[in-house]
Design a protein around this ligand. Structure first.
Ligand code: GLN
Length: 446
């Protein structure tokens, strides 16, 4: 049914980069066999899913939507890919994204631009745009995405699906092609909060292969969905509903607050004074980390290799010039500059200090509130081509998701109505490792 749906819709939506039809049929019939024999199987067994193309899958092409990795077939599974395999999830294929997860519209993919299923003239968001669009178009039951500064939550918001960015360290990054290692997190895109709880259950947990993996006990996430939010204290950062937020988006978010009130929660405005610095801080830190992480793409070990270079330096130079797209080059240049001697203190170190101030805003707010709430993005999905020539405008779409990433705390985007026929996303933010509270609140609202 999944492949039939893809055949019917993907010529228009363009969510998939690679299909795994043979492998998926094998996996599905294996699971069918087990069920026929009365074996107990995981709740996700036999469920069709898609995986963002920056998560490595054994034997299945993994491109990061980059020319550099056009023909890269990993010889191993990332931890989350292996966990899905162990749960007998059926991997339908690999999903489009902005190249190396840099972008917010999918227009930075080297291969194609995924469309928003709600309006094919609009972007699905990014960088996990293929993941969000595939779920929204009913091609798969869930998808995995990755979120560095909003790449799960913003596309979930634009496509009217649920997207969860877990606490930094909760889900292993082993086998996630690194963009900005201190920010990257893998998480689910689903049609419901309950589905998100089940997928998180399958992928969360300590992994010795990831040195930043957190050794915490994993609760039963589905059990947390009690429907009860009586007494829940909600803080609404006034900076998140101020200037730049589309009035119709704001209206939908305020209406959501009424729903929470009717369910017995309380809310107040709170100030997060360092919000204004988040975008600048993020683009310095993320680009710095990217410039270092992407040094491994040198034409020697993976992917593109330039023909007939005269010497080693030329091999690097030519391979990287041919393999990377313009946005990736821009980030490498920015990051290399910010890290270079003489500028390091003024840019990179300063940004690290501001990151701490932003994290303190969250610590202080969470002394008073259980949950912070606001829009996921300032607007609904924009038109293809509308922002691609203006990187700064593109970067500003992340203004409401980036502070959360810098603080490392969990957040979910859930649909909260329509503005001019397009989905609006509501963002619920929790304390570190309090995914249960975030999911419980989101589920009660849904
Ligand atoms: N849009 C942001 C960026 O381009 C976020 C990307 C992400 O979360 N991977 O960096």
């Amino acid at each position: 049914a999944s492949y039939r749906r893809i055949a019917e819709t993907d010529e228009r939506v363009q969510a998939f980069l690679t299909l795994n039809e043979e492998g998926a049929r094998e996996q599905a019939s294996l699971t069918d066999g087990r069920i026929a024999q009365g074996e107990a199987v995981d709740i996700l067994a036999g469920v069709p899913a898609g995986i963002k193309d920056n998560i490595v899958t054994e034997g299945l092409r993994t491109t990061c939507a980059s020319r550099f990795l056009d023909n890269y077939k990993p010889i191993y599974d990332g931890t989350v890919s292996r966990k899905l395999r162990d749960a007998q999830v059926v991997t339908i294929g690999k999903l489009n994204m902005d190249e190396f997860a840099m972008g917010g519209s999918n227009e930075n993919s080297a291969f194609k631009s995924t469309r928003n299923p709600w309006d094919l003239e609009r972007v699905p968001g990014g960088s996990s745009g293929g993941s969000a669009a595939a779920v929204a178009a009913g091609q798969v039951s869930f998808a995995l995405g990755s979120d560095t500064g909003g790449s799960i939550r913003q596309p979930a918001s634009y496509c009217g699906v649920v997207g969860l960015k877990p606490t930094y360290g909760l889900v292993s990054r082993f086998g996630l092609v690194a963009f900005a290692s201190s920010l990257d997190q893998i998480g689910p895109l689903t049609r419901s909060v309950e589905d998100a709880a089940h997928v998180l259950q399958a992928i969360a947990g300590y992994d010795k292969m990831d040195s930043t993996s957190a050794d915490v006990s994993i609760p039963d996430y589905a059990e947390a969905l009690t429907g009860d939010v009586k007494g829940l204290r909600i803080g609404v950062p006034k900076e998140y509903i101020g200037q730049g937020v589309d009035p119709k988006v704001k209206e939908a978010v305020l209406a959501a607050l009424n729903v929470f009130e009717s369910l017995g929660a309380t809310w107040e405005e709170v100030s997060m004074p360092h919000t204004d610095y988040a975008v600048a801080t993020y683009y310095l830190l993320a680009s710095s980390e990217a410039s270092s992480n992407l040094a491994r793409f040198d034409g020697v070990r993976y992917g593109v290799r330039a023909d007939n270079p005269d010497n080693l330096l030329q091999l690097y130079h030519e391979s990287r010039s041919q393999g990377f797209g313009p946005e990736v080059k821009r980030r490498i240049m920015l990051g290399t500059y910010a890290l270079s001697s003489g500028y390091y203190d003024a840019y990179y170190l300063k940004a690290q200090k501001v990151r701490t101030l932003i994290k303190q805003d969250f610590d202080e707010a969470f002394n008073q509130y259980d949950i912070l709430l606001g829009p996921t993005a300032p607007t609904t999905a924009f038109r293809l081509g509308e922002q691609i020539d203006d990187p700064l405008a593109m970067y500003l779409n992340d203004i409401l998701t980036i502070p959360v990433s810098l603080a490392g705390v969990p957040a979910i985007s859930i649909p909260c109505g329509l503005a001019d026929g397009l989905p609006v996303g509501l963002q619920l933010i929790g304390k570190a490792f309090q995914e249960t509270t975030v999911l419980r609140a989101a589920h009660a609202f849904e």
